[in-house]
Structures are given as C-alpha cells and as structure tokens.
Design a protein around this ligand. Sequence first.
Ligand SMILES: Cc1cc2nc3c(=O)[nH]c(=O)nc-3n(C[C@H](O)[C@H](O)[C@H](O)COP(=O)(O)O)c2cc1C
Length: 218
Amino acid sequence: MKSDFTQRLFTEQEQDLLFEIIMSRRDVRGNRFLPKEIDQETTLKIIQAGLHGPSVGFSQPWEFVIVKNPETKQQIKASFNTENTKGADQFCEEKKDTYTNLKLEGIEEAPLNIAVFYKPKNTPVLGQTSMPNMGRYSVVCAIQNMWLMARSLNIGMGWVSILDPEKVKTILNSPKENELIGYLCFGYTDMFYDQPELELKKWDTRKPLNEVIIEEKY
Ligand SMILES: Cc1cc2nc3c(=O)[nH]c(=O)nc-3n(C[C@H](O)[C@H](O)[C@H](O)COP(=O)(O)O)c2cc1C
C-alpha cells in the first residue's frame, strides 16, 4: 500500500471511533458464531491488517494458513478436546466446575479459521539480537491488528490456545521450523458481549488502572 496516509491527522470523532472499536472488541466463541460465509475480499482485508502490524527489524516473520475444510477443523477440534480435558484438571474443584461449563473455542462453528505461524529467520534480525522472543511478539501484534480489523467489519474473532501446537503443525503440514502462535476463528455473530464473557461468567474481573501502573520504579 502507498503511504498517502502519513500526513493524515485524525479528527476527534475518528479518535473516539478507534477507541470504541478497541472497547467493543471481544473474544468470540462458538456459542455466538453464525454460519454466514466470510468472502475472500473480506478475509484478505483482515490478513492485510495483520501484514501492517509492527515487526522487529521489519522482519514480518508471519505466515497465515486459511482453514475452511470441515475435516481439517474436525482434526483441530479433536486436539482441543484432548487439551481441554487436561486443562480442566489443572484447576481446583470449584474452578474446574466453572471451567467445564465454559465454551472456549468456536473451531467448527466459525466459517473461517486462520492459523498464524512464526517463521524464524536463520540470519540475525535487527532488534532481535538480545531478546529472541521479539519475532514471536511481532506475530502477536499482527494478530491484534486482525482482531480489531475484524471487529470493525462486524466479524467476531476467537483465539484458541488450548491446542497441541505440534498436532496442529502436523495437521496443517507446517514446515518444521514454523511455530504456531495463534489459532484464530472468525465469523459473523448474533451479538457481541459488552464485557469479556469470562467476566460475565464470573471467571475473573478487569484490573483497574491503579493496580497495574507503577510510578517510576517498583
Ligand atoms: C493469547 C490469547 C489466548 C487465548 N486463548 C483462548 C482460548 O484458548 N480459549 C478462549 O475461549 N479464549 C481465549 N482467549 C480469549 C481470552 O479469554 C479473552 O481475550 C479474555 O477473556 C478477555 O475477553 P475479551 O477478549 O472479550 O475482551 C485468548 C486470548 C489471548 C490474548
């Protein structure tokens, strides 16, 4: 894309709009997805938003696997089921009850899944010479752009991390060196919650500003 926008100054109304999109972004799961297809142009727009995320040394260390095939989704879902059972066992009895009642993915309900991979370089990356995780964090930046772009298109996204990454790699024939960063489910929704579903369902509460800001030093 050409950089015609560099001199653009945003109006107060536009600033409010971005804030509203940020505040209305939600993690969307299978209980909310509609079966309506997401067309190719819209899919590419979401990925394009990812491509314009920041990346360490402009390394752009990402690859996106578009998954729509029901059989592939079924295989991914099987990995979720295994990992979710193991996951539930890690919580105390009281939390485990709540956990098992939560819907924590929308792999099969979402018409579009995108697996986002980190593709490491085998030569030094500017900016990544001291902190090797920076490439992975760059991929997360791309994912957040996709999440917000999708929300602005009234499309929900859910991030599924209760998966065996090696199984997902095998299912998707991923090159050995690639690492799965995010398995994302996209779909139109019947509604967006106005607060995190995990907050609504009393799993946790949002931290206030004063709990997370430290002035000058710890
Ligand atoms: C790295 C990451 C992994 C996540 N993995 C899952 C997941 O496996 N299943 C799930 O239901 N939600 C997952 N989420 C969504 C979070 O639960 C959600 O972002 C959080 O509860 C706040 O809700 P909100 O995104 O609607 O504001 C993940 C989010 C992030 C950032």
